[in-house]
Design a protein around this ligand. Sequence first.
Ligand SMILES: NC(=O)C1=CN([C@@H]2O[C@H](COP(=O)(O)OP(=O)(O)OC[C@H]3O[C@@H](n4cnc5c(N)ncnc54)[C@H](O)[C@@H]3O)[C@@H](O)[C@H]2O)[C@@H](O)CC1
Ligand SMILES: Nc1ncnc2c1ncn2[C@@H]1O[C@H](COP(=O)(O)OP(=O)(O)O)[C@@H](O)[C@H]1O
Ligand SMILES: [K+]
Length: 513
Amino acid sequence: MSELLTAAQMRAIEAEAMARGDADGRTLMERAGEGVVDAALAHWPDLGTVPLSALVLCGPGNNGGDGFVVARLLTERGWQVELFLFGAPDRLPPDARLNHDRWAELGRIRPWDDAALADRLDAGGCDLVIDALFGSGCSRGIEAIAGRTAAALGRFCAADGRVLAIDMPSGLCTDSGRDLGGVLPATLTVTFHRARIGQFTAEGSAFCGRIVVADIGLDPGPCPGSVTLVGAPGPEIGKVGAVGGHKYSHGHALVLAGGAGRTGAARLAARGALRVGAGLVTLAAPGEALAECAAHLTAAMLRRVDDVGDLLALLEDPRISALGLGPGFGTGSREAELLRLALDSDRPLVLDADGLSLLAQLEAPFSRLHGDCVLTPHGGEFARLFPDLAEKLAGRPPHGPGFSRIDAVRAAAARSGAVVLLKGADTAIAAPDGRAAMHAALYDRAAPWLATAGAGDVLAGIVAGLLARGRPPFEAASLGAWLHVEAARVFGPGLIAEDLPESLPAVFRGLGL
Ligand SMILES: NC(=O)C1=CN([C@@H]2O[C@H](COP(=O)(O)OP(=O)(O)OC[C@H]3O[C@@H](n4cnc5c(N)ncnc54)[C@H](O)[C@@H]3O)[C@@H](O)[C@H]2O)[C@@H](O)CC1
Ligand SMILES: Nc1ncnc2c1ncn2[C@@H]1O[C@H](COP(=O)(O)OP(=O)(O)O)[C@@H](O)[C@H]1O
Ligand SMILES: [K+]
C-alpha cells in the first residue's frame, strides 16, 4: 500500500522539512530536477547514449524553477536546450529565480508565445519536451495561455514524441485529477516524494502517461489524512485460507435473490462470496425462483424467502455473519420490507444495485445504516443517494482544487455512516471516520475488460464474503476491490462476469497462499 497526497499535504511536508532544517527550498528544487533527469534516462534509456535536444516550458512558479534546473542539467550533459518562459523573471519565487539566473548564464530564455511553440512542436526534431509550466499550484484552466501548445503536444505524443511533465501535467488538478481546462498531455509524469490523488483519478491517467515518483529526501513517515493507494495485500491475506477451523468459523454469507428470471446477478454474487473464502453461502430466493436457482447452484445452499417472516426465521441463525443484498433484487414492496429487516438485523451488510435504489427511496435512509454497512454504488446509484455530491463531481471545476471522487466518498461515508465504495476504473472508498482509499485499475493495473455486465455483482459478493469472514468493512471493501481487479487481470481479455469468481483461486496462488 502506498499513499496519495493532495497539493496542500505535499506543501505541508515540504514546509515541515524546511522548518526542521532537514532541507531548504533550493536543495529540494535541485533534487527535484535531478530526479526528473534520472527518471527520464531510466524510462527512455536511449536518451542516455548521446546528447540530444530538449524543449523546456517554464512557468511562473516553483514548477518553472524545477524546469530551469532540468534545462541546466541536460545542458551540462551536452544537450541542446530551448527554453520558453511564461511570466516575468522578476516575479518568480526566490528558488525559481535563483535557478532562472543560473540558467541565464548558460542559455537563452524565449518569452512565452503559444503560436510559436505550437509551430516549433509541429516542426519536429525535438527529442524531449519538459512541461514545467504549472505543477501543484495550477489554480485554473490554461487554454488561453497554452491552447495551441496543448493541441500540438497532443499531435506530438500521438507521433510517439516524449513529453515529461514535472510533478503534474500543466492544467490538471493535483487533488481531483480533473481537467481545469487545456491540460498539456504527457507521456511520463515525474512527481516527488509521493504520488498525488489527481494522478490516479478522473482524467489524471489520460494525461499523465506513466507515473514515476522521485525521492527528494523528505520524511518517509506516513502523512496524516492521506489516501491509501490499494496495492497487493500483505501477509494478513493469509487469514483467507487459515489452517484449521471449520466452515462456520469461516463465516456464513446470506445473499438475497430477486424473482424468477433475474436471479443470475445474486448467483454471481453468491459465487464470489464462496470463492473469496466464506465457509458457507446461502442464497435466499422467493418460491417462484427456487427451481431456477436450484438448477444453477451446487456449492451454495438455497433457502426459500418469500417475505419478512421467512427472512426473520433465517436470521435466527446467529452463524449468518454477513448479508449481501441488491444484485437483481427488485425494487417492489416485498424487497423494501426485506431491506428494512436486513438493516435492522445489525449484521454486516453489502448494499449494491437495487439495494441502493431501494435505500434511496426510504425515508431518512441514512438513519437506518450502521458502521458495518458497505455501499457499492456505480456513478448512477451514487447520484441517486447523494445527488448534491454527484452534482459537484459533474462538469469542469471552475478553479482548483477541484472536488474529487475521494472528497465525494468521504462526504458520503460521513453522511451515511457506512463505508462507501464508488465503482469505476478509479474506485474510491471511504469510511465514516475519514479513512479513504483509491483502487486504480489504471497504468500497469488497467483491466478495461472488467467493464462487463455482472462484474459489479461479483464485487458485491466478494465484499460480502470478506465481511462474512470477519473482515472490518473498510478493509473488506479495499481488499475486495483489489481481488476483483486482480481476478480480471489474471483471466485477461474475453472475461465475462462468471469468470471472476473462478479466477480467484489463481489470484490466491499468486499471493502465495
Ligand atoms: N512542494 C514541494 O515540496 C516541492 C515543490 N516543487 C515544485 O513546486 C511546484 C509548486 O510550485 P508553486 O506552488 O509555485 O506552483 P506552480 O509552479 O504550479 O505555479 C504557481 C504559479 O502559477 C500561477 N498560476 C496558477 N495557475 C495559473 C493559470 N491557470 N494561469 C496563470 N497563472 C497561473 C500562480 O499564480 C503562481 O504564480 C511543484 O509542482 C513542484 O514542481 C519542487 O521544487 C520540489 C519540492
Ligand atoms: N474501465 C474499467 N476498468 C476497470 N474496472 C472497471 C472499469 N469500468 C468499470 N469497472 C468495474 O466493473 C464493475 C462494474 O460494476 P457495475 O457498474 O455495477 O456493473 P454491473 O451491474 O453490470 O455489474 C465495477 O466493479 C467497476 O469498478
Ligand atoms: K508541469
